[in-house]
Design a binder for this molecule. Structure first.
Ligand SMILES: [Zn+2]
Length: 313
């Protein structure tokens, strides 16, 4: 049987899967990326993982697709990746191609997730949609007029770094007030600490240290009705909804699909986001743009999108 191999290369772990043309994952494995010493060590583990998936199976591999951070799509390289133990420039496509003699495709991670949602998930059949991945940061993929927006160099659609608050919170990109410093798991925590210092609201969250607190703590507090946690989710949704309304002015999507750990908070985030989006949207966009949760689960969108790269060629 014919399969594509999908790779989701992340800073913490790298996931691999054999995926058929209908988007079914038939076998999978993973290994730690952060424990690798350099790219040579990484490729050793990657090839072992791929060989392990292929061993003993009646598999005809059609191609290999990968999603990764800091990708140069034109050159098939990974360049200056802040969270990977790599040299400044890694020849990903060339190295994998030389080993397997198959077509190898590489896109940036958030675009891989967009392709996954587009071909197999919540955005199936859509011509215009935005994907927002809310994790440690905020990733974005844009499909406009039936095409994935890559931009001139493949780095277009970096909505996590649009400025929503001039002079606001410091961002890892070196600028201030970026969307992801407010709307992400980390952004939510920063909002909680801001609320704790600016209000007198009692909350069990006050006994957590900054490093010890996670988005899950805040989610659980909100679920049990904690006022401070609910306020933090409300503020996060307010900022996200306004940003989505602005993005709608550019792209007029049919839907905004939200994935990633923070999106798993469900109504706690979706309700204030939709409320804010509707208040801030242009008149002719009000009531028209859907905000949908990913249907691919927290972990599989990028893997499936990486496989879609192979199947849609
Ligand atoms: Zn930024």
């Amino acid at each position: 049987m014919q399969f594509a191999l999908g790779i989701d290369l992340g800073g913490t772990s790298t996931k691999l899967a054999l995926i058929d043309a209908a988007g079914h994952i038939v076998a999978r494995s993973s290994f730690s990326t952060s424990d690798r010493t350099d790219e040579h060590d990484f490729f050793r583990f990657l090839f072992e993982g791929i060989d392990g998936l292929l061993a003993g199976q009646d598999v005809q591999l059609v191609g290999i697709g990968a999603g990764a951070p800091s990708v140069n799509e034109q050159q098939g390289t990974i360049e200056n990746a802040a969270n990977l133990p790599f040299s400044p420039k890694v020849e990903f496509v060339k190295t994998v191609q030389e080993r397997y003699g198959l077509p190898v495709h590489l896109v940036k991670d958030s675009n891989a997730s967009s392709l996954g949602e587009w071909h197999f998930g919540a955005a199936k059949g859509m011509t215009n949609f935005l994907l927002l991945t809310l994790g440690t940061g905020l990733g974005c993929g844009i499909v406009a007029n039936g095409r994935l927006l890559g931009g001139e160099f493949g780095h277009g659609g970096e909505a996590g770094h649009i400025c929503v608050q001039p002079g606001g919170r410091a961002c890892g990109c070196g600028r201030f007030g970026c969307l992801e410093t407010y709307v992400s798991a980390t952004g939510l925590k920063r909002t909680v600490f801001e609320l704790m210092s600016n209000s007198l609201i009692a909350s069990p969250l006050r006994s957590e240290s900054y490093d010890g607190m996670t988005a899950r703590h805040i989610f659980e507090a909100a679920q049990s009705g904690d006022e401070l946690a609910l306020l933090a989710f409300g503020k996060t949704g307010e900022i996200l909804g306004r940003a989505v309304a602005d993005m709608a002015a550019w792209f007029e999507p049919e839907a905004v699909v939200m994935s990633g750990g923070l999106a798993m908070a469900g109504d706690l985030l979706f309700v204030p986001t939709v409320d804010s989006m509707e208040r801030h949207a242009l008149a002719f966009h009000k009531g028209k743009i859907k905000v949908l949760p990913s249907t691919l689960g927290e972990n599989d969108a990028a893997l499936l999108g990486a496989a879609a790269l192979v199947w849609k060629q």
